[in-house]
Design a protein around this ligand. Structure first.
Ligand code: HEC
Ligand code: HEC
Length: 288
């Protein structure tokens, strides 16, 4: 599921408190436009591997629209898929919205719920009862995570087959692990998200936009400066770095970044909605 396969967990910019690691109950996560994640789906019977990448596009009436890229080793496909606010798969079958029912937030130990998911060909359905069975540490290619485990048991029923021998119905067992500790960086294009207020005057401001996919900062190259050394780039206003970052006296026409400020990401990190690493009573004093 969403939270299993993200590749890294950064925790520097802990801002608002949320669920403790792996602890039940877990609240519903929120997706933001531009967020993306990658996950693997392995067929235990055939050994086949499908690699998916999802990117959140927009939210319409409580349903997320995601761009899905999939790759099974021979074929690459791209399509739009839908997820409910609970991150369940949404399909339209015979004109009716169908919800996979994988999650029902908040997740609390012992909680159960039922889902009936009609097949895309409208010839049958899966009927599953889910239960939050507890916590488990699991390891996937992206790392080891404290998760909440959900188990589903039920059956599928093929309405077009009249006998068992024709494959009328059989049992289903599903396990889902949800890792509440994993958070995506928030933000998309510059200008897409409000600035997070600084908590004290000397704090390096958080980066309110996406920085995934930027080249590493090297001695010669610094992508951040493509924008931040300017006041404006292609008509967009840029918060230009000020004197503290520049070689003095500042040459107003061609400002030069001081070497001590070259490695921008040693001080500036993207914003993330994560719990504080340790409980604290710090109160900021920024006037902004
Ligand atoms: C394509 C242009 C562009 C690039 C490249 C870029 N930024 Fe930005 N950045 C912006 C814009 C525009 C804003 C204004 C805030 C917003 O609306 O997102 C901003 C805002 C910021 C802020 C917040 C400033 C404040 O006053 O709170 C920080 C910090 C920042 N960027 C750091 C970086 C770092 C570090 C990099 C490189 C990893 C970088 N930016 C790369 C365009 C860019
Ligand atoms: C040594 C830590 C440090 C490094 C390295 C650093 N910054 Fe900053 N940055 C700060 C602090 C602290 C502030 C807020 C106070 C200030 O302006 O000095 C700030 C402020 C900013 C702002 C807000 C506008 C402003 O000047 O108040 C932007 C934009 C910014 N930095 C971008 C960058 C970029 C781009 C780089 C890399 C070229 C960079 N910073 C490197 C610490 C750093």
């Amino acid at each position: 599921m969403r939270n299993l396969a993200l590749t890294c967990v950064f925790a520097y910019a802990a801002l608002s408190s949320s669920t403790a690691v792996g602890q039940v109950p877990a609240e519903r996560p929120e997706l933001f436009p531009g967020e993306s994640w990658t996950f693997h789906e392995k067929n235990i019977k055939t050994g086949g591997l499908l690699i998916y990448r999802h990117e959140m596009q927009t939210k319409e009436a409580d349903v997320y629209l995601l761009k899905e890229d999939s790759d099974n080793g021979t074929n690459k496909k791209q399509q739009l898929v839908r997820r409910s606010a609970d991150l369940n798969r949404m399909r339209t079958v015979a004109g009716q919205p169908v919800d996979s029912g994988w999650f029902s937030f908040p997740l609390a130990a012992g909680k159960t719920w039922q889902a009936k998911e009609r097949w895309p060909n409208n010839q049958g359905y899966d009927e599953v009862t889910y239960e939050v069975v507890g916590q488990e540490k699991i390891t996937v290619p992206a790392g080891t995570f404290d998760t909440i485990k959900i188990e589903g048991t039920g059956f599928w029923h093929n309405e077009t087959a009249s006998t068992w021998a024709m494959g009328r119905d059989d049992k289903i067992a599903i396990a889902i692990w949800f890792a509440p500790e994993i958070k995506n960086y928030q933000g998309s294009k510059p200008g897409g998200q409000a600035l997070i207020q600084r908590t004290f005057a000397q704090q390096p401001p958080l980066i309110p936009h996406k920085v995934d996919g930027f080249d590493d900062i090297t001695a010669e190259e610094n992508t951040c400066l493509d924008c931040h050394i300017h006041k404006e780039v292609r008509g967009q206003k840029i918060p230009q770095i000020k004197e503290s970052h520049l070689i003095k006296p500042v040459n107003a026409d061609a400002p030069q970044v001081h070497n001590s400020r070259w490695q921008c990401n040693s001080c500036h990190v993207p914003q993330i909605d994560a719990k504080p690493l340790v409980e604290n009573v710090f109160k900021g004093n920024a006037k902004k």
